[in-house]
Design a binder for this molecule. Sequence first.
Ligand SMILES: Nc1ncnc2c1ncn2[C@@H]1O[C@H](COP(=O)(O)OP(=O)(O)OP(=O)(O)O)[C@@H](O)[C@H]1O
Length: 216
Amino acid sequence: MTDVGFDRQGTPLLDGIDADVGQGRLTVVTGPSGAGKSTLLRLLNRLAEPARGRLAFQGRPLHEFDVLTLRRRVVLVAQHPVLLTDSVAAELRVGRPGLGRDDAGLLDRVGLPEELLSRTTAGLSGGQSQRLCLARALALQPEVLLLDEPTSALDGAAAQVMLDLARTLTAAGTSVVAVSHDRRWVRAADSVLVLDRGRLAEHGPPQTLDYLPEEP
Ligand SMILES: Nc1ncnc2c1ncn2[C@@H]1O[C@H](COP(=O)(O)OP(=O)(O)OP(=O)(O)O)[C@@H](O)[C@H]1O
């Protein structure tokens, strides 16, 4: 991101954002509510388009990518899960109809039991739905995973599974960018972007930051 800005109804919502998301790194975007964190994440796979500045992925301007191709490589898991099918097994195949018999493995990676495979999506809890959306995203084997508040619907143990998964993914070369208010995520990050009222207030490894989220 180079000098990136985004406006809503003529008012700058993000401005002057300069940042790098390195390959195989965990980047955490944090800061007060309404600072523009989700909007920043949406810019990274063209769910929002910048009003100013430049975004590039692997050296190529983001606007040159075919949107569908980009969104299969840079996959966003939204804060509020949207399930697209009526069964857990079908949900895992949304992006990869030819997916083999790795369903149980995908569920296991996000901390869901294999028994869910025979269930409908209708009866899932918020936390289960959020994790199923993440498993659906993992089926695409993304190069970059964008996570918006990945632990907002999870208890402490399940939240730790998510953080461990993020670190496993980065160790395997996937880049993870997560919006989070959780101090554990901030402390575990390779790099942190602190947004405040649409500006990049701080950017660096966690130990160099003044800002620490209120949530434990
Ligand atoms: N669809 C929309 N229409 C109008 N305003 C919006 C819309 N989406 C976001 N905003 C506003 O843009 C600003 C930034 O929103 P954004 O969701 O990016 O912030 P955030 O830092 O992710 O907040 P939070 O931590 O509360 O999720 C906020 O003031 C918000 O009210």
